[in-house]
Write a protein of this length. Sequence first.
Length: 395
Amino acid sequence: MAEHLKRRIGFGLLTAYGVGVMVGAGIYVLVGAVAAEAGIWAPLSFLLAGLIAAPTALSYSEFSARIPEAAGEAAYIRQGLESRALAVVVGLAIVAAGTISAAAVLRGGTGYLMLVIDLEANWTMVALGLGLAAVAVFGVMESLSLAAIFTVVELCGLGLVIWAGWDAPASVDWGAAPPIVFSGVAAAAVLAFFAFIGFEDIVNMAEEVAQPERTMPRAILAALVLTTVIYALVSVAAVRAVPLEALGASERPLALVWQAAQGGDAKFLSTIAVFAALNGVLAQIVMASRVLFGLGKREKVFALFHHVWPRTGTPVLATCLVGCLVVLGAIALDVGLLAEMTSSILLAVFVLVNLALIFEKRREPEAPFRVPMFVPVIGLCLSAGALLFNIQGAL
């Protein structure tokens, strides 16, 4: 057994991984919820959400250049806040969040697949979950290449939605755009912010990236920019083609966009949503296994996970464990409720990472990639505000 991952991932594949994580199945639902808050100005809310996410993404970018390791957040907090215990808690929280998220997406993806093919739910989840775990075991290049194919399918589907939105007759709401209500746009931006969660997964691939000090920051920022543009274009197409009342009330808002232009049942979007779900599950299995691998490097209690199978170059034990937990979670747990908790967990981690970078920059200003001190300060404030909003909404 080896103890080092192979540096085989370049900028393009890493960026595609990041875009695929962020542009997941949620976009097929979230557009309607954002439009319900912001109305015709929903695209502005997505752009604002991208700006809200940007400072924390920049903080992650600097830390990824300073400490290019798996279990990135745990390493950042241990270094910046000088707390071994908190670092372990954060690392395990990231594993839990990734596993729960993957379980929820696996269940949702199975539901979409059953709309297309008549299958038994539990056995389908077992087959899909274990199959994706097997791909993750087989090799990181194979995993990310398959994820890139899934991402291309997703983007083609969203591209068709964008085309349909501009090809459809403009809705009454589009032709009579009301003045901007900033409170609605801001509330929708906080909601849309959760569509950008996923950029943080990129840092946990650091030990498999060529020239990580240079590649990691570029990939994080490129993925964030591309995702922001995609979300804005999709939301423009949606609010242009579909009346706001129908859009906000629908659980399948993008299907309404297609139907407005082409008619039919837009069943193909369910198929594309399956690919989006598979992409999300695969990405989370790969990410969570790398966090366990990284924790094993620093903590003896997790040392059994800090091993790489020479033939595949992957942390096989960690990957198998995460894959099995994802399947069990999808079958046995109330993943809908647990998935709501993942946003709060990740926002709390964002707060800690920004705080850790503030302390680290004060101790050691020099780094291969640096952002001004005000960036993590703003990231800390915005992440804390979003966390409070999320907690308030859950109460």
